[in-house]
Design a protein around this ligand. Structure first.
Ligand code: FES
Length: 255
């Protein structure tokens, strides 16, 4: 089933009377603020925190951030709507991001995206960008998006699940991956941390790592390190900066 409707859950209604963000979330918000000399600097992780609670950044989440950071809701909205990592509607258990930028596209990214759209959609109605297969937040639900360059062009074509990489993909491999996710499996990413779910990944992005090994795993691939490897084999190194080089002072900020 594909859910593309506007969310109506009470959890997303800013006028609902039940507290959306409990005492634990308020304490976590305070811990985030304490990391920074100025409270407003905590906005990005704060948005990830509210996303970890609701699976998106709702109007209530924006109001919560504004309240915690002494900002206006307009200021928070301006940031939340600028970055694509903050979702306006609830995500599925997993977020699948297929890179369709130039290099991935010509190496098969467009075909991968088309195959995953068809797999997750219904007959004659492929799933669209930022649409969800299944009921958002329930086990096996998947939100699909096409993404701009995911900074892994040396391993193209790539896709991510909850921002973990699956490198050197094919349409068949990508379809097998989303089938496994729909069935409740969590295939290991090619590199990086073990796969969790979207809300948990959002909590990690807010800076909370609740289990040992949350972010364990190799993050660099041999392909990415190839230049370093060749340099090391040949004893090459970059020239150091001449000692007489003067670094110009940073201009003062205008008040
Ligand atoms: S174009 Fe896909 S990772 Fe760069």
């Amino acid at each position: 089933m594909t859910d593309t409707s506007t969310p109506t859950s009470p959890a997303l209604d800013p006028t609902a009377s039940a507290p959306l963000f409990d005492a634990t979330t308020v304490a976590d918000a305070a811990a985030i603020v304490a990391r920074y000399p100025v409270a407003r600097s905590a906005l990005l992780p704060m948005l990830h925190l509210v996303q970890s609670v609701q699976g998106c950044v709702s109007l209530a989440g924006i109001a919560f951030c504004a309240d915690q950071l002494d900002l206006t809701t307009a200021e928070v909205s301006a940031v939340a709507t600028f970055y694509t990592m903050y979702k306006r509607t609830p995500c599925g258990e997993h977020l699948v991001s297929v890179c369709t930028n130039t290099l991935c596209a010509v190496l098969g990214g467009d075909a991968i995206y088309a195959a995953v759209r068809a797999e997750l959609g219904e007959q004659d109605a492929p799933l669209g960008h930022e649409q969800t297969a299944g009921e958002p937040g329930t086990p096996g639900s998947l939100t699909l998006e096409h993404a701009e360059c995911l900074a892994a062009c040396d391993l193209a074509p790539v896709l991510q699940v909850n921002y973990e990489f699956y490198d050197n993909q094919t349409p068949e491999g990508a379809v097998a991956l989303v089938r496994a996710l729909r069935a409740g499996d969590r295939p290991a990413p090619t590199r990086g941390a073990p796969l969790t779910d979207f809300r948990d990944a959002s909590r990690q992005l807010a800076g909370f790592f609740d289990r040992p090994g949350d972010v364990a795993g190799p993050s660099a691939s041999p392909e990415t390190l190839r230049g370093n490897t060749i340099a090391a084999e040949h004893g090459w190194s970059a020239p150091s900066m001449p000692p007489e080089h003067v670094i110009p002072p940073v201009p003062e900020k205008k008040p």
